[in-house]
Design a binder for this molecule. Sequence first.
Ligand code: MG
Length: 415
Amino acid sequence: MAVRIQNIKVICTAPEGINLVVIKVETNQPGLYGLGCGTFAYRHLAVKLVVEEYLRPLLTGRNAEDIEELWQLMHQNGYWRNGPIENNAISGVDMALWDIKGKLANMPVYQLFGGKCREGIPVYRHADGRDLEELCHNIEKFREMGITNIRCQCGGYGGGSYGNTPGTAPAGALPGVYLDSGKYIRDTVKLFEGIRSKLGYGINLVHDVHERIAPSEAVKLARELEPFDLLFLEDPVSIEQTDWLRRLRRQSSIPIAEGELFNNPAEWKRLIAEQLIDYIRVHISQIGGITPARKLQIFAEQFGVRTAWHGPGDMSPLAHAANIHIDLAAPNFGVQEWSGIEPPNFVIQELKGPRGALLEVFPGLLEFRDGYVYANEKPGLGVDLNEKEAAKYPCENTVTMWTQTRRRDGSLQTP
Ligand code: MG
């Protein structure tokens, strides 16, 4: 009997105060359903609407096993394609269909990709601090957990807290997160000099520019960071300015990771084919789920470009699981960003709050042990959803503040 899609539900939940969007695809087979992540934390109601009003009627009654056909159908049906709302909605369904496929095969999803290339996934974690001393202290905490890849930032991503208006802004300048790119570059170079002299070269260091400086400043920063042997420099230029990567390449040997904000293949094809980046780090739900991510991973493999998928707090454990399943089967896997889903006994209290609520809403979390993440061996993605628990943590719709970043003159800068 064909496995038919009977219903598609959207469950919005915020167990840690971050809006998460889970899509549940129910089938005509008793007890058989799939779960996927369509989290667009800052526009969660728009994703919910696309799934409920457009994708559910489109897919109800269709064969849940035809993942490629259904992905193309969702992608093409609205005529205009791509974009974060549409792609996250599609991703939620796509991941759920892979989850169903794994359950039907009685295999974890990575087995459907050809099986494991490696047993566990090395991750990088994000260390921050007000100054060098606090940062080094936090790095040491991660090293005690077995983490050897660490992203280092000082004072967030180079901006003050919201509402800080420096004396240099013109009269009437609006509130925002103010950035001083010159100071940020000087501080960052000094910071890495300090980390290396205090802790040596035995750890892999990453730094995230977060697109927050002008492209020519990114070239300068890359050159000045060269002596400190970074694993990579993350998102040095904005999605609109990737042509600058050619110049960055000519002037610096620093490895480059780019792509957190990418939406569609037109944005990465040339960068990979011309080897202008070393790591591709898309946000998998943002490009439409596992189906396009697998194609991207295999495409990148042909050009020697490695993967470093985005793995922030504003995506659900289902999306973290999707990352890990692809990583396990990818010969060109590089490193995985990990935002800290560990059993409560692993949690560093100074860095993160307790994770109890997340564990209760999403039973079957991936396992973190000594610097590596392991997939559980359950069929499908291996992560479930407790809808009763999820309902205890409703999402809130608020005006997003942290993305309102401004240059010293008060004008907006990409966040
Ligand atoms: Mg980043």
